[in-house]
Design a protein around this ligand. Structure first.
Ligand SMILES: C[S@@+](CC[C@H](N)C(=O)[O-])C[C@H]1O[C@@H](n2cnc3c(N)ncnc32)[C@H](O)[C@@H]1O
Length: 266
């Protein structure tokens, strides 16, 4: 188990609650993502900023380092992740208020110039309510940035999941599959604000299958019914074989990773 996965399990306490791409998908979260966030969020020196569903707070910490906001708040429903976020901010000497709260019901009695909602809107039960609550906290003239997955995302993983279903009758769910940038359009179109959407390719080339197989190993809890050890190993081997074939043929393995960057300007 790599350090990122261990950190994640510690924060969540139990593997069935694993939810953050950041901890597990370390190999897809290079510096590129934060640069893109900055491009779309348009932060400025002295802004007030909120990170809703901030996880470990890495994105907010980076924004605070670069843009010295007058006020920075991050919240997440995961106590473990917020504890880690507080520790990171303290170690870096950054004045960030990290809170445990729920994206559907939080009420901070203040508004923010910039709000970041990175890979969160697919999770709440009631997305309309979460969106409404978030935008209630956006100051007039402010920008909220939503990062979303895409239907075009992770085609290889989808094919491996189909293989698992067809070979063993085991369904492996993906948390975001029913809410992507494509399916979110109706929800965003209902807002009385300016909405802008861009699809960004953040695919990463792998020259060895390990980072991906390590990630796949941690997703066993998403299978229904639970696979036997033998079935699970066959699934991992199948994925590894395909990656190795592609690496041998093309020198690298690429799984399309697309993100939707949706901005809402009030
Ligand atoms: C995929 S992670 C994204 C974390 C972080 N924003 C990032 O980009 O790295 C999704 C996060 O949403 C949080 N979350 C899920 N449901 C939530 C809710 N109802 N209220 C607040 N946070 C929630 C999870 O605890 C998790 O940290």
């Amino acid at each position: 188990m790599n350090d990122q996965v261990e950190k994640h399990l510690r924060a969540y306490g139990k593997s069935k609650n694993l939810a953050s791409r950041k901890g597990l998908y370390a190999y897809t979260t290079g510096p590129a993502i934060i640069e893109l966030m900055i491009r779309f969020l348009k932060p400025f020196i002295g802004m007030s900023v909120l990170d809703a569903g901030c996880g470990y707070g890495d994105n907010l910490i980076e924004l605070v380092k670069r843009f010295t906001p007058t006020r920075a708040v991050g919240f997440d429903q995961s106590e473990g992740q917020i504890a880690d976020a507080r520790k990171s901010a303290e170690e870096a000497g950054l004045p960030i208020n990290f809170l445990v709260d729920d994206v559907e019901t939080f009420d901070l009695s203040e508004t923010f110039d910039r709000i970041l909602v990175s890979h969160v809107l697919h999770v709440p039960e009631n997305r309309e309510k979460a969106l409404e609550t978030i935008l209630k906290h956006l100051a007039p003239g402010g920008v909220a940035l939503f990062l979303l997955h895409s239907d075009l995302n992770l085609q290889k993983r989808a094919a491996w999941n189909t293989w698992l279903l067809e070979t063993y009758g085991i369904k492996k769910s993906t948390r975001w599959e029913d809410f992507t940038v494509e399916s979110s359009r109706e929800l965003f179109a209902s807002l009385p604000y300016a909405v802008h959407e861009t699809l960004v390719d953040d695919s990463v080339e792998l020259t060895a299958p390990e980072p991906y197989t390590e990630y796949l190993e941690s997703t066993r809890h998403r299978c229904e019914p639970a696979p036997t050890d033998e079935q699970w190993q066959a699934y991992l081997n199948h994925a590894r074989d395909e990656m190795e074939d592609e690496i041998e043929k093309n020198g690298s393995f690429v799984d399309p990773t697309m993100y939707g960057f949706v901005t809402v300007t009030k």
